[in-house]
Design a protein around this ligand. Structure first.
Ligand code: DIR
Ligand code: MN
Ligand code: MN
Ligand code: MN
Length: 314
């Protein structure tokens, strides 16, 4: 495969400052390992709206959603163009809100595809502006892709402006939903709110816990995922680094215990990359301002490098 790297140093969807520096930190990790990985691939850097961080919040239940809308337009177009020109997009993003735009781009490029999503994350990212405890869009990208409001659990009343932007995000590319709940698989999910659990239970979404992963092993898990996604035409793999255990993840905004070990994530993801249906890979939420010795970015780089090596051979 021909790889193209799409960099999206946006952090307006996160609650903690610094994730926009994650991509540069991963590049520094590469240099510290004396790797020239980053000069091998064409790379596109998307202009972002981080200047909004200096402005007052207009919509408390969907913070900086105006900036998210403009980011979604640019990122979805870049992913669309990348696929259309025959490249495999590897997305390096600041915060996880960006994944909704990546999914939009994939779906716009292949509107007839049945897209499977492997969400490696401590979190479910299934909140909506109606249910969010934080107002941060990085907790909402899967709800956007599923075209979900979760009205059943609604606790917030939205103003018209926020509603308009939220509906636009869900419908971007004029395809909604872009993914079906049965086509999402969570790995290492362990920190979610009842509103998210409500959706997971209502739709019977598949969750593979850290414990199940560890018991069965990467090989067996990947084999069962291949079977699970047999009716999907394409698979997107989204790797939120907070899926790793909190002993490794000082350098991310929301560390959670009982996560994956470095080697487990690396084995899992590099094996997933052998699946021909995998059409895009994203790494997100590295925040070097919280870290010590750039460890999070080094781990992210190791996983990136091994995964891309596998992709280049297939
Ligand atoms: C939390 C944090 N569930 C929220 N989400 C994160 O703000 O809605 N997702 N960190 O990966
Ligand atoms: Mn996430
Ligand atoms: Mn997370
Ligand atoms: Mn199915």
């Amino acid at each position: 495969k021909n790889i193209k790297i799409i960099e999206v140093p946006s952090e307006i969807g996160a609650g903690t400052r610094g994730a926009s520096l994650g991509i540069e930190a991963i590049k520094i990790a590469a240099l510290d390992f004396m790797s020239n990985f980053f000069i091998h691939f064409p790379c596109e850097k998307i202009p972002v709206e981080n200047k909004l961080l200096y402005e007052p919040i207009e919509s408390p239940y969907a913070k900086r959603i105006k900036g998210i809308v403009s980011m979604y337009e640019k990122v979805s177009k870049a992913v669309y163009d990348t696929i259309k020109s025959g490249f495999f997009p590897v997305v390096l993003s600041g915060d996880h809100s960006i994944s909704g735009a990546t999914i939009a781009g994939l779906k716009m490029a292949k509107p007839k595809s049945k897209l499977g999503v492997i969400w490696i994350d401590a979190h479910a990212d299934l909140h909506t502006p109606y249910t969010t405890p934080s107002g941060n869009l990085h907790g909402m990208p899967l709800a956007i892709s599923l075209n979900e409001d979760n009205e059943e659990y609604a606790v917030h009343e939205l103003d018209e402006e926020t509603k308009k932007h939220w509906n636009y995000l869900k419908n971007i590319g004029k395809i909604a939903p872009k993914v079906l709940p049965e086509d999402v698989v969570y790995i290492s999910l362990r920190d979610y709110e009842k509103e998210e659990k409500g959706l997971i239970d209502k739709y019977g979404m598949k969750v593979i816990s850290t414990k199940e992963f560890r018991t069965k092993g990467a090989e067996n898990i990947v084999r069962s995922l291949t079977r699970y996604f047999s009716d999907c035409t394409d698979i997107y793999v989204s790797f939120d680094v907070d899926s790793l255990d909190s002993s490794l993840t000082k350098g991310t905004g929301t560390p959670v215990s009982n996560g994956l070990r470095e080697r487990e994530a690396e084995d899992l993801i590099s094996k997933l990359m052998q699946n021909r249906k995998v059409c895009c890979f994203e790494i997100t939420e590295v925040n070097p301002t919280l870290d010590k010795e750039n460890l999070m970015a080094e781990i992210a780089f190791n996983i990136l490098q091994r995964s891309v090596n596998v992709l280049m051979m297939s």
